[in-house]
Design a protein around this ligand. Structure first.
Ligand SMILES: [Zn+2]
Length: 295
């Protein structure tokens, strides 16, 4: 068995213009209706994979580590740590997770590693048994950010991960089979941030590609659409273009972290234009070895 479950973390409301790069409001507001402050709804969704011998959590969302004023600034909707509640509804605690894989360390993907904010307390790592797997280049970026993306990182996090003694840094060519089993491989991209590590889960009946911030949700499946946060948008478009041809021919599902409604979708090509199809709102214990779709 190779069971995949989509797990919601805290949700966010961020500036729609920043989320859609150079796309005009008239266009993006049709895909993501903005509120009075121009913000659009975003999920922070994690993926849980259980193969009978280990539980792997791909990302942790933004979590609840921000102090109230920053929580407000970054539009985090809930005060509690939603990922922990979602795991609890599956009968799991953070202590049950064997490996946490982080595509990159932007706070909206890695903040859920930390305990909820308490006034006066310093940041504290959750998942006390888990090995933490991060791309080497993405980790270096978090330790030495550029002025342009410094605000996207949690300054204390790389040090906490190193001090845990349970950190593994790898690249797409590394052999991670002893940690992750034979059914996970990695693809690296640099358009969003250098060294972003995408897991590809290889079930015998279905494949899932962890799209991270290369394709945050359905709207970004359209090749020219990028985020204002992307470091190298032209690279990102080339990377999507190269990967999508493959996804379409193999029927691979893209897993979306930020789409507020859809956890995963396939992509189809029509006259050079890619669109999402076979959209899945959520799934629980989908055996990727046995079923080509959850239903
Ligand atoms: Zn990011």
């Amino acid at each position: 068995m190779l069971n995949a479950t989509s797990v919601l973390g805290n949700s966010q409301r961020l500036d729609g213009g920043a989320m859609f790069g150079n796309a005009p409001r008239a266009l993006w507001s049709r895909w993501a209706p903005p509120d009075e402050a121009n913000r659009v709804a975003l999920a922070c969704r994690a993926l849980l994979l259980e193969d009978g011998s280990r539980r792997i959590l791909f990302e942790t969302g933004i979590g609840a580590f921000f102090a109230p004023e920053l929580r407000e600034r970054y539009g985090v909707v809930e005060t509690e740590h939603v990922l922990l509640s979602s795991l609890a509804s599956l009968g799991l605690r953070d202590t049950d997770i064997d490996v946490v894989v982080l595509s990159h360390l932007h706070f909206d993907h890695a903040g859920g590693l930390l305990a909820p904010h308490r006034a006066g307390a310093s940041p504290e790592l959750l998942f006390p048994r888990a090995h933490f797997v991060v791309g080497k280049t993405a980790f270096e970026r978090a330790e030495h950010p550029h002025l342009r993306d410094r605000a996207s990182y949690i300054p204390e996090l790389p040090g906490l991960l190193r001090a845990s003694g349970r950190l593994t840094l790898l690249d797409a060519k590394s052999d991670a089979e002893s940690l992750l089993g034979p059914h996970v491989e990695f693809v690296e991209t640099l358009g969003h941030t250098p060294g972003m590590l995408h897991a590809r889960v290889l079930g015998r009946a279905a494949r899932l590609f962890f799209a991270a911030d290369l394709v945050p949700g359905r709207a970004w499946v359209h090749l020219p659409i990028t985020m204002g946060y992307d470091r190298y948008p032209e690279h990102l478009i080339d990377e999507k273009s190269a990967l999508f041809a493959d996804f379409a021919s193999r029927g691979e599902y893209l897993f979306f972290t930020h789409d507020p409604e859809v956890a995963a979708a396939r992509v189809v090509e029509n006259a050079g234009r890619f669109k999402p199809s076979d959209e899945l709102g959520a799934f629980t214990a989908w055996d990727l070895d046995a079923r080509s779709s959850p239903a």
